[in-house]
Design a binder for this molecule. Sequence first.
Ligand SMILES: NC(=O)c1ccc[n+]([C@@H]2O[C@H](COP(=O)([O-])OP(=O)(O)OC[C@H]3O[C@@H](n4cnc5c(N)ncnc54)[C@H](O)[C@@H]3O)[C@@H](O)[C@H]2O)c1
Length: 366
Amino acid sequence: MKIGVPIEIKNNENRVGMTPSGVFELTKRNHTVYIQKNAGYNSGFLDEDYKEVGAIILDTIEEVYAAAEMIVKVKEPIEPEYKLIREDQVVFTYFHFASSEVLTRAMMDSKAVCIAYETVEDPDGSLPLLIPMSEVAGRMSVQQGAKYLEKPIMGRGILLGGVPGVPPAKVLVLGAGVVGIQAAKMAAGLGANVFIMDINMKQLRYVSDIMPNNVISEFSSEYNIRKHIKDSDLIIGGVLIKGAKAPKLITRDMLKEMQPGTVMVDVAVDQGGCFETTVPTTHQDPTYIIDDVVHYSVANMPGAVPYTSTMALTNVTLPYVVKLAEMGWKKACKKNPSLAKGLNIVKGKIVYPEIAEAFDMNLETV
Ligand SMILES: NC(=O)c1ccc[n+]([C@@H]2O[C@H](COP(=O)([O-])OP(=O)(O)OC[C@H]3O[C@@H](n4cnc5c(N)ncnc54)[C@H](O)[C@@H]3O)[C@@H](O)[C@H]2O)c1
């Protein structure tokens, strides 16, 4: 199969859909891989690295789309790419269709086969192509929180781990899922006193079993949250109710209860945020302050660490890319129900229920 990897043109997206290691796996199976010039540069991969393992470097995005039977990328196509996508071409990437009718209609019009990373689903209901990005964001939330706790950027001026003779900071983590566990682990590793909350007892039991002694699990309730926010230095929001808006666990009135300079990192911002005062921010201008509380709510946190994020993402997408290349989309989806869940729009038809529902359109079958 001919596989194309274009450069990501969405603002501030530095990841790339395939690493040289991915190209190696495909070319050794006799597939042809076209990489757009400099596509991997911001993730630390040079054109020479790709060439060495057999990729063909093309100068323009138009050439990549024209040459490929399957496009592998990271973010959803944006307007200038719509006209480049052809009938029958497979596009394997994050789409998040339900949040954009314009994109949905453009992909229907293209008659392409759109397989969305975010809806590939394992039998236990987990989303294997989303987990790595939650892992990145969870770990990064502590790094960002630690930074914004510094005084010159309006934080409380406290070191997460303290020093001998001076107590460490207190970190409150809301949600003990992928984000929460990674955040708690990082904060604990730095020596902070960590409290992690969830409403799912299974998760709390797991956390309690695996975490070090400086991580304490507690059931998530308004009473408990109100108790802890008073002396927490860093609060991390990582809750998710699948398919729904995040519950507002920290309300506006609670900010007044906090110490000035408390930092709140709302990782759940992409689901509307779990703090009432959350407004999405960007890496250019990541924070704002309300009632002396520093808010950090960047919606694409992994974009700031493309070296790590590209590797984490492509580690999990590559096995599916190989299946698609070896068998073609129809057979690959038939043989692999997890991948079949990724089918969103096929040759003009919406085949994923939530997308049809979101725009009141017909749900069809492949
Ligand atoms: N900002 C970013 O760049 C970025 C990156 C990756 C993920 N995310 C987002 O982070 C959020 C969390 O993702 P995840 O992968 O950890 O999800 P997850 O499903 O693994 O974990 C969410 C946890 O929240 C818990 N929860 C639900 N209601 C709760 C409540 N009232 N109190 C406490 N806990 C509650 C659930 O029981 C679950 O354990 C999602 O919204 C995801 O989209 C954001």
